[in-house]
Design a protein around this ligand. Structure first.
Ligand code: ADP
Ligand code: MG
Length: 498
């Protein structure tokens, strides 16, 4: 199947445009000789960075404990902590019996994906599935709500027109869609929710405070598309549902992509803020933590603080800015600029291209870390492509150390966050996750493609839980679980009998 367009876009440039035009001078900066004669080595800067980013067991433990405490406070009352602890209204997970044709739409950060799946019930399971991916034009990320939703609905309409063969919609039926929307939403039912605020560089006007399902339904109507949203799900919730379809032991789902988030299975009676007539749902529900907003006790550097101050959401999403894909490369870039200025890392001037915010991306730092050649040739060529500079061996080694420091901190803190969630669940109900097989479903481009990050994450979990308990905690990539998961939740919440 031909994708409509699978182009690499750089949405991350968007939020910093205002900053760039205001402050960024597109000229090579000459390193001040007075300063450079004082400090000529990058080593002290690297050492300080490593010290500031250190995540010994005591820091990990503090983060895990604080995560558990913040989760509790957020469940107590809306606004009770950094963590919004949003009710997903998903109180029934897929069983495997789902049947029929269902669609899913995933609006993440970089792309939107459309997917259809033909479900065959317990024995046949997934009969067929097809998807397409479209990159979001950067101008739509700060345009109007109508423009964004019209663009999405038009992509969806084109996709629906190619429905053939194994995909079959019974006569007279409306197509049903699971809408994965990976931004903080105040869910009001399984098929409605108000956007609280944009994150990950989006600043679309006229959506905050509105029901995003209504926005999409209206846009589909404008396109003449006969489809209805039957489930609005966060990507973490979609991932959990998708993974649970295959494995009953899945209790937690984590996204590590452009941004980051986590959800988990919670007991209804552990949610004090859930009151009123909706409390009749039985036993369990899924809570979307919105953990990207966590901020307690994180080891932060001056580079993090400067990046945050210049972002479109200063003071917000601090955990996300420390551990997720949108930001890791940018933190490394800021360290490199400092080393270029204070330690002449690239000679007498600071490379002009390197001064551009977000010019060094997380996939770049990941690729540099994979270079195992003697001369670190790949590092040299990435640096040349990104910053337009030639580098010697010692510079390349320093750069790998910086990348490793930032990836290590990110991975280990993500691991501590996961332990915080498990710890909270275990405290409420002893034996629910520890001492038996428990699966944490992972998805997102950062987790999928960055082996060192993944390893650091696992290390932190093992260090915190010990060998015995961590043997039973399976941290597992659930590829594209969120797309299928949303379609499954559309099936679970279908208006037709199934
Ligand atoms: P989204 O989070 O936008 O829904 P993905 O889950 O596909 O989308 O994650 C994309 C993000 O994953 C990118 O923005 C980037 O930060 C990160 N990423 C993609 N490829 C790599 C890679 N090779 N190495 C490290 N990080 C990557
Ligand atoms: Mg996504």
């Amino acid at each position: 199947m031909q994708a409509m367009s699978v182009t690499a876009s750089l949405p991350a440039l968007r939020p910093f445009q205002a900053v760039r035009s205001a402050r960024w001078v597109p000229r090579a900066r000459v390193v001040m000789s007075v300063r450079s004669s004082l400090t000529i080595s990058a080593a002290p800067i690297l050492t300080k960075l490593q010290r500031d980013c250190a995540t010994p067991l005591s820091v990990l433990r503090h983060v895990a404990d604080a995560m558990a405490t913040d989760m509790r406070a957020g469940l107590e009352v809306d606004g009770g902590s950094d963590l919004k602890m949003i009710l997903s209204y998903v109180d029934a997970l897929p069983t495997g019996n789902e049947k029929g044709l269902f669609y899913a739409l995933d609006l993440g950060g970089t792309n939107f994906r459309v997917l259809r799946v033909q479900l065959g019930g317990k024995d046949e399971r997934v009969i067929a599935t097809e998807f397409e991916q479209v990159s979001i034009p950067p101008e739509l990320m700060s345009g109007t709500s109508e423009e964004l939703f019209d663009f999405i609905a038009s992509g969806l309409t084109q996709f629906a027109q190619t429905e053939t063969g194994k995909f079959h919609l019974p006569q007279g039926r409306t197509r049903e869609l699971g809408f994965t929307f990976s931004f903080p939403v105040k869910q009001t039912s399984i098929d409605s929710g108000i956007l609280m605020n944009w994150t990950k560089g989006f600043s679309v006007s006229g959506t905050a405070g509105k029901d995003v399902v209504a926005c999409l339904n209206e846009a589909m109507k404008r396109q003449g598309l006969n489809m209805r949203v039957s489930a609005l799900v966060n990507d973490t919730v979609g991932t959990l549902a998708g993974a649970r379809y295959w494995d009953d032991d899945v209790m937690v789902a984590i996204i590590l992509g452009t941004g980051t988030n986590a959800c988990y299975v919670e007991s209804v009676n552990a949610i004090p803020k859930l009151q009123g007539p909706n409390t009749t749902i039985g036993g369990k529900t899924i809570v979307n933590t919105e953990w990207g907003a966590f901020s307690n006790g994180l080891p932060l550097t001056e580079f993090d603080r400067e990046m945050d101050a210049q972002s479109i959401n200063p003071g917000e999403q601090i955990f996300e800015k420390t551990i997720s894909g949108m930001y890791l490369g940018e933190i490394v870039r800021r360290v490199l600029v400092r080393m270029a200025e204070d330690a002449r890392l690239f000679g007498d001037s600071v490379p002009e291209k390197l001064l551009m915010p977000f010019s060094l991306r997380t996939p770049d730092i990941c690729a540099m870390q994979q270079d195992s050649s003697k001369d670190f040739e790949a590092v040299g060529s990435i640096l040349y492509n990104v910053a337009g500079v030639n580098s010697n061996l010692s510079t390349r080694k320093t750069i790998i150390d910086i990348c490793d420091t930032i990836a290590k901190r990110g991975g280990r803190l993500a691991g501590a966050g996961i332990v915080g969630i498990l710890q909270k669940m275990e405290e409420d109900s002893q034996g629910i996750v520890f001492g038996k097989r428990t699966v944490v479903a992972m998805d997102g481009g950062l987790y999928e493609h960055y082996p060192q990050y993944r390893m650091y994450l696992q290390d932190a979990v093992t260090e915190l839980l010990g060998d015995e308990i961590s043997k039973n905690i399976i941290i597992e990539h659930s590829k594209d679980g969120s797309g299928i998961g949303a379609a499954l939740l559309a099936a679970t919440n279908s208006m037709y009998e199934h």
